[in-house]
Each structure stands twice: as structure tokens, then as C-alpha cells.
Write a protein that binds this ligand. Structure first.
Ligand code: PEP
Ligand code: MN
Length: 357
């Protein structure tokens, strides 16, 4: 039986398909090489001028039968796929970026406490260290509920320079002594790289506040410490910017980073900030780092701490952070949002009622 002429033509099409496939992948390989050079130079992958020049050249060279419009549409699709490939390859290089579904950073403190495993970690304590008595009273309550990590803030970056700025090193001494008594870890905010050596003697977890999230100098310095680092999202930062801020720490040598969502600034005035709850699943999808929700600074009010705490647990956060004070109305900072000790117990009861699978 003789071959139908269409079989022959189809054979030719099959061969051309194979050639196009080979050329497309050859093109992708070459584009990847360009992407790697662009990454080293720190330039962006998308170059609209170059893209428009390539399209013009193709139009000039096109003799049909495809119209220029069709050729442009086809090549634009190739350009789009190439850009996506370059971006995927670049993401593989980012240390904090999730590479596989089950990858996770679990942070283990010297006493064996883990953050980022399946347990829900509560970090709590007063906004600032004010006195040994205040810290003692709060620590006793935290310890009763099994809290292992206490806030011991001695340097407060306040909006006004006339407001209480923290007790400094004496505050750290108080925090350390009280935490030792209850076998708890201390976390404390560092404002400047020059404080790192002194603070290393007192803190188990360094803390970068929202205002310093993009302080590259500080982030690099924290890449060199032994302790883990809590990195708070700035109130004006995108999630991508937060991830890159974490990358500064990881790239500088410290992989033990905990991300903290603390609300972003919006037009809403009934809360201090707006808790971006979607940040939690997104950060967990995009990175392998533990994610904690600050239910105090995000709301700026104590009366919605319970629902926000329950939401944090339900949405898959690795824990929450809450401010607790023996007498919030007289607190030297954040009086409106710190929980009383009974409110703290009620919060713990509420979140214990949320089961996650
Ligand atoms: C804090 O948590 O102590 C604090 C100052 O919050 P933020 O940096 O998010 O404003
Ligand atoms: Mn505070």
C-alpha cells in the first residue's frame, strides 16, 4: 500500500517540531546563562528595550506566511516562558526559599525548646523591662502556662525620642536573672550592630524590630551570631522584602531565623496596624522558616487578642507573640495593648481550645 502524500508531510512536520523543540531548549539554556550573569551583576531579568529590539528584528526578517502580529504573539510567549524560567532558577538560589514541600527549619534552643516543629510556641512578656518586680510577676505567670521564651526588651525604638527608651544593659541583667530563675529563654531587640557583643551575654534569641527590618548592616551582623534571630516584618514591607531581609541574615551565615508578622499600616484606624493573616500561609509556602504572629502590635488593643491568637493558630502559624504586664494602664510603653495576667491566662485557654491537624 503506497503512502498517502499527507503522511509524508506529517512526517516533515514531526521533524520540524523536533527541531523547534531543540532550538527552544537551546534558547532557554542560553537565556539561563544570561540570567546567571544578570544575577551576579544584580540587574533585573526583564529588559523591555531588548525585548522590543528583538521583536523589531523578527518583524523585519519575517517573510510569512505568518503575519507579523502572529510572529510577535508567538515570540512574546517564548519571552514570557524564558523570564519565568530565569526567575525560578534565581529562586532556587535563595537560601530561605522553600525548595521542597517538607523542608522546614526547626530552631532548637540550648534547653531543647524547639520552634518550627509541630508545637505552637508562645513568646510573651512585657513590652519593656521596667523593674525586677514587674518582670518577676510576669515570668511567674508565663512559667505557669509553660511559656519557654520571654521578652526582655531593654532598648525601645520609640516613635518619639522623649518617650521611655528602655533601661539598656541593666534591663538585660534583670531579664536574664528572672529568666534563669524560671529556666526560660530571653529574646531582646537589638538596634545596632555595636550592641551585638554585649547583648550576646544576655540573650538567647536576638530580635530585629519592624523599624530595622531593612537595616542591611544589622542583618549582616546577625548573620555572624550563634543565637537565632526573630525578624519582624516592617509595617511598610512586602512579603518579598521580608524574605530578602531574612536572606541577608542567612547569606551572612545564620540559618536560624524566625519570621514575625506584626501587622501593616492601612487606612484602618480602629487597630494600630492591620494584621495580614494571609502573610502566614504565604510565608510558609515561600520559605521554610518558622512564622510567628505578633497579636499585640498588630492590633494595638487588648480586647481582640483572643480572636487574633486563635486565628494565628488556625491559619498555621508556628506560634504567637503577646505582651503581658502586671498593670497595663501604668506600663511605660504600649499600655493599651498589653494583657493583664488574667487576660493572658484567658488567651492561653482560648488557644488551647484550637486544635490543628
Ligand atoms: C516589639 O515587638 O517590641 C516592637 C517594638 O514591635 P515592632 O518592632 O513590630 O513595632
Ligand atoms: Mn510593645
Amino acid at each position: 500500500m503506497s503512502n498517502h502524500p499527507m503522511d509524508d508531510l506529517r512526517g516533515q512536520i514531526d521533524e520540524i517540531n523536533m527541531q523547534i523543540l531543540k532550538l527552544l531548549n537551546q534558547r532557554a539554556e542560553t537565556a539561563s546563562q544570561i540570567g546567571r550573569i544578570q544575577q551576579e551583576l544584580g540587574t533585573t531579568f526583564y529588559d523591555p528595550v531588548r525585548e522590543s529590539e528583538m521583536l523589531q528584528e523578527l518583524e523585519k526578517a519575517n517573510n510569512g506566511p505568518f503575519s507579523n502580529e502572529t510572529i510577535k504573539a508567538l515570540f512574546k510567549e517564548i519571552f514570557r516562558a524564558t523570564l519565568a524560567l530565569e526567575e525560578t532558577e534565581a529562586r532556587q538560589k535563595i537560601i530561605v526559599q522553600r525548595k521542597t514541600a517538607d523542608e522546614k527549619t526547626v530552631i532548637t534552643l540550648p534547653d531543647g525548646t524547639q520552634i518550627g516543629n509541630s508545637a505552637f510556641t508562645v513568646i510573651a512578656g512585657s513590652c519593656a523591662v521596667e523593674s525586677a518586680e514587674q518582670m518577676e510577676e510576669v515570668a511567674a505567670a508565663l512559667s505557669e502556662r509553660g511559656v519557654r521564651i520571654m521578652r526582655g526588651m531593654a532598648f525601645k525604638p520609640r516613635t518619639s525620642p522623649y518617650d521611655f527608651q528602655g533601661l539598656g544593659e541593666p534591663g538585660l541583667q534583670i531579664a536574664r536573672q528572672v529568666a534563669n530563675k524560671y529556666s526560660m529563654a530571653v529574646t531582646s531587640e537589638v538596634l545596632d550592630p555595636s550592641q551585638v557583643p554585649m547583648m550576646s551575654d544576655y540573650v538567647d534569641i536576638f530580635w530585629v524590630g519592624a523599624r530595622n527590618m531593612q537595616n542591611a548592616h544589622l542583618l549582616r551582623a546577625l548573620g555572624k551570631v550563634q543565637q537565632p534571630v526573630i525578624l519582624k516584618r516592617s509595617f511598610g514591607a512586602s512579603l518579598k522584602e521580608l524574605i530578602y531581609a531574612a536572606e541577608y541574615i542567612a547569606y551572612s551565615g545564620n540559618p536560624n531565623i524566625i519570621l514575625m508578622e506584626r501587622g501593616v499600616r492601612t487606612f484602618e484606624t480602629w487597630t494600630r496596624n492591620t494584621l495580614d493573616i494571609s502573610a502566614v500561609p504565604l510565608l510558609k509556602m515561600e520559605t521554610h522558616l518558622p512564622v510567628i504572629v505578633d497579636i499585640s502590635h498588630s492590633a494595638g488593643r487588648r480586647d481582640i487578642a483572643q480572636p487574633l491568637g486563635k486565628a494565628a493558630k488556625a491559619v498555621g502559624a508556628d506560634g504567637l507573640m503577646v505582651e503581658v504586664h502586671p498593670n497595663p494602664p501604668v506600663a511605660m510603653s504600649d499600655a493599651k495593648q498589653q494583657l493583664t495576667i488574667p487576660e493572658f491566662h484567658a488567651l492561653m485557654d482560648a488557644i488551647e481550645g484550637v486544635t490543628i491537624n
